[in-house]
Write a protein that binds this ligand. Structure first.
Ligand code: SAH
Ligand code: SF4
Length: 392
């Protein structure tokens, strides 16, 4: 199949690029880390800051992928950079485009592992959903990624690399001399792909610092949303050290049900989670927290659940994102009926909270929330095997 085939789903398989062995990537380093890396190849300390500024602009403003294009650096210095460092992005193994315009990228990273990133175009914005881990250590029972054991954390380079790859593919880098384009294709980033971002805190934080940097990708912290299943000890740090918007995979209104759906609840229960959330908006200076709530038929979708939900979150500035369950092969749940979802939304709305129902995007290419799972690791372990290992 080719990118132009008149079908609902196109699959593009791109030529492979061999990874360059041994070289350190400059992508994903903070400015301080990059200065240090440059010092290690002999860049005089007094020049390092300026060099970082120059390289930063090339990589994150102009999107160049090789040192040879950095024409404001001396030829000898470019060669030196090229000998020591790489600017490689994760390799695109395949790209699928949904009939609704959603693009799903399957990316190969060092070690031959694969992760997915999803681009979701909307009328007034474009959101890139990025992964933070290969697989996930957690085993939420409704999530496809949760059936895949954790393989490893992504590096900051690999997280930033997902943004670079999407901009490459969308042709979003500016042309020199062209008028500034105010409409951004990748205007928002959500950490809602594979993995639990707060179990890879340092790399996620460093990557987001790069993504937010005003002289590069320049995506404001208010356009970045980190979604967590509820790693309580890292939530205050997220407010302090990243300052982005927060989404919580809440999904249930009693500990009994949440223990089953989001097993991390056995470690940090609903009350403990809500207590720490009350401080988030103030510390991060953000307006409100998004509560994600997956609608599972006859499991968590009753009117009583809706009423309990609004009682629980009373006092927290919040928006409730209702997510119709996205099915995957072998999933043990069904999506709630539409009328049920609307009735739930209505109760939440009448209590004074925005309660949008998230339209599933990219369903035809399995790109919707919770459907991501990389083929290389697919089927490696059954849920029973994971449970036996984790004692869940
Ligand atoms: N690990 C993080 C972020 C990734 S999941 C977290 O759990 O928050 C992104 C969102 O999709 C979460 O709210 C998750 O609970 C939800 N999700 C997972 N599987 C889903 C499915 N099959 N249908 C709908 N939403 C799902
Ligand atoms: Fe991991 Fe999030 Fe899926 Fe839970 S919902 S298994 S935390 S990716």
């Amino acid at each position: 199949m080719t990118a132009n085939a008149p079908i609902t789903q196109d699959v593009l398989t791109l030529p492979r690029k061999l990874p360059e062995g041994g070289k350190r990537s400059l992508v994903g380093l903070t400015r301080a880390q990059m200065a240090e890396a440059l010092a290690q190849i002999g860049t005089p300390e007094r020049q390092a800051k300026m060099r970082v500024g120059q390289i930063w602009q090339w990589v994150y403003h102009w999107g160049v992928q090789d040192f040879a294009s950095m024409t404001n650096l001396a030829k000898g210095y470019r060669d030196q950079l090229d000998a020591a460092f790489t600017l490689d992005r994760p390799e695109i193994v395949s790209r699928q485009v949904s009939e609704d315009g959603t693009r799903k990228y399957l990316l190969r990273i060092a070690g031959g592992h694969e992760v997915e990133a999803v681009y979701i175009p909307e009328e007034n914005r474009g959101t890139l959903c990025v992964s933070s881990q290969v697989g996930c250590t957690l085993t939420c029972s409704f999530c496809h990624t949760g059936t895949q054991k954790l393989v490893r954390n992504l590096t900051a380079a690999e997280i930033v690399g997902q943004v670079l790859v999407a901009r490459d593919d969308l042709g979003e880098w500016p042309e020199p001399g062209a008028p500034k384009n105010e409409t951004r294709l990748v205007s928002n980033v959500v950490l809602m792909g594979m993995g639990e971002p707060l179990y890879n805190f340092d790399n996620v934080r460093d990557a987001m610092k790069v993504v937010m940097d005003g002289e590069g990708l320049s995506i404001s912290r208010r356009r970045i949303t980190l979604s967590t299943s509820g790693v309580v000890p890292e939530i205050a740090r997220t407010a302090e050290e990243i300052g982005c918007l927060l989404a919580i995979s809440f999904h249930a209104t009693t500990d009994e049900v949440r223990d089953k759906l989001v097993p991390i609840n056995k470690r940090w229960n609903i009350k403990t989670l809500l207590d720490v959330l009350r401080d988030y908006p103030r510390i991060s200076n953000s307006e409100r927290i998004t509560f994600e709530y997956v609608m599972l038929k006859d499991v968590n979708d009753s009117d009583a659940d809706a009423r309990r939900l609004v009682r629980l979150i009373a006092g927290i500035p919040a928006k409730i994102n209702l997510i119709p369950f996205n099915e995957w092969p072998g999933a043990p749940y069904q999506r709630s009926d539409w009328a049920r979802i609307e009735s739930f939304a209505d109760i939440v709305h009448k209590a004074g909270y925005a309660s949008p129902i998230r339209t599933p995007r990219g369903e035809d290419i399995m790109a919707a929330c919770g459907q991501l799972k990389s083929a290389t690791e697919r089927g490696r372990q059954s849920r029973a095997e994971i449970a036996a290992q984790t004692g869940a």
